[in-house]
Design a protein around this ligand. Structure first.
Ligand SMILES: *[C@@H]1O[C@H](CO)[C@@H](O)[C@H](O)[C@H]1NC(C)=O
Length: 342
């Protein structure tokens, strides 16, 4: 059993935490809600998985059954790696998963990695990085582990090109790997329209608002080579605030496609996880408007989630006096079209 519903998690007051976040959060709610003891007793499977800065987590299961999680740059690493044998308690590893860069990218940002195991047994990582020729844009790169160790190191593919890079629309971030039931591989990502926005909340709350569509690109079995053109699955609307981002696609037990995503600016108390559903992978997707994870007594700005077909889920939320984004683990019921955190 992965999750003990009576498990309690405690944040012990104001631990002074390590490094600073990439931009200071402008949170408007008091910090009290996170300074009290956090307890998830009874109601859900949510646990504080890693009490450290580890935003935008994704994960993969190793052949030995243990789990590896990957997070946005922090704690002195470009791409962070954590390990767990039970999916509940995690250890931050002292490894650099991405020791070398590709020709198109530059420091410092390395955001929202995603890793999957390919049919040849190798682990493949997608990540977002700054485009060296255009430092206001991020695009999505690919790196492959040179062994069958999920912790890496991951070496960028030799093409020296990003996998997705729509510069005029704002670049691309937040890659998510998906393999359909027929074996077809896809990558999802967000077109980062905020970077061509006109200011305000996450640079995109002043009219005219830029589009921030979630795209689906079919790939060949190597996970690297695009097949055909990307298609748009959803875009932001007024109820989403400045953006939608952080896609994570799941095929529910009944065959429904569940597209999880975050809305609002990541520094906003309204940052959350929502779901849109479709009966075909390319859509049309309908948003149900409900947050499957949102601000509550225990969680502050939860989002950036990754959910796999078995319902295992990692996401981040502000913690330690809202100074960093910690990693949380949960289990989602994905048996049908109305998923919920168990
Ligand atoms: C906001 O968008 C403008 C372009 O409209 C760009 O010059 C600027 O760098 C963006 N700011 C951020 C923080 O992305």
């Amino acid at each position: 059993m992965l999750f003990n519903p009576s498990l309690s998690v405690t944040i012990l007051g104001a631990l002074s935490l390590l490094p600073t976040v990439r931009s200071s959060p402008l949170l408007s709610l008091s910090e009290q809600s996170l300074n009290k003891r956090i307890s998830f007793e009874g109601s859900t499977s949510i646990t504080l998985a890693l009490n450290a800065d580890f935003p935008d987590p994704a994960f993969v299961q190793h052949t030995d059954g243990s789990w590896y999680a990957f997070g946005t740059n922090g704690n002195g690493k470009r791409i962070q790696v954590a390990h767990s044998t039970d999916f509940v308690s995690w250890n931050l590893l002292d490894v650099e998963a991405l020791p070398t860069l590709s020709g198109w990218e530059t420091e410092p940002d390395h955001w929202a990695p995603d890793v999957f195991k390919r049919s040849d047994g190798k682990y493949v990582m997608y990540y977002s990085a700054i485009v060296s020729s255009n430092p206001n844009r991020h695009c999505i790169g690919v790196a492959i582990a040179d062994s069958t160790n999920p912790a890496g190191p991951y070496i960028p593919t030799s093409t020296n090109n990003p996998l997705a890079c729509p510069l005029e629309q704002g670049g691309a971030i937040d890659a998510n790997s998906f393999q359909d039931s027929d074996g077809t591989r896809y990558i999802l990502y967000k077109i980062d329209g905020n970077s061509v926005g006109h200011g305000g909340d996450c640079n995109n709350s002043i009219e005219p608002l830029a589009a921030t569509p979630i795209m689906l690109q079919r790939l060949s079995e190597d996970g690297v080579t695009p097949v055909g053109d990307a298609v748009q699955l959803i875009d932001r609307d007024a109820s989403d605030g400045p953006l939608v981002e952080a896609p994570s696609l799941v095929r529910a037990g009944d065959g429904t496609y569940l597209l999880f995503y975050s809305t609002h600016c990541f520094t906003d108390v309204k940052y959350d996880v929502r779901v849109a559903t479709a009966s075909s992978i390319t859509g049309p997707y309908s948003k149900n408007g409900v947050s499957v994870l949102a601000l509550n007594d225990q969680l502050y700005g939860p989002g950036g989630a990754t959910i796999l077909n078995d319902g295992n889920m990692l996401f981040h939320g502000w913690c330690n006096g809202n100074s960093v984004r910690c990693m949380y683990a949960a289990h989602m019921d994905v048996s049908g079209g109305s998923p919920f955190v168990e």
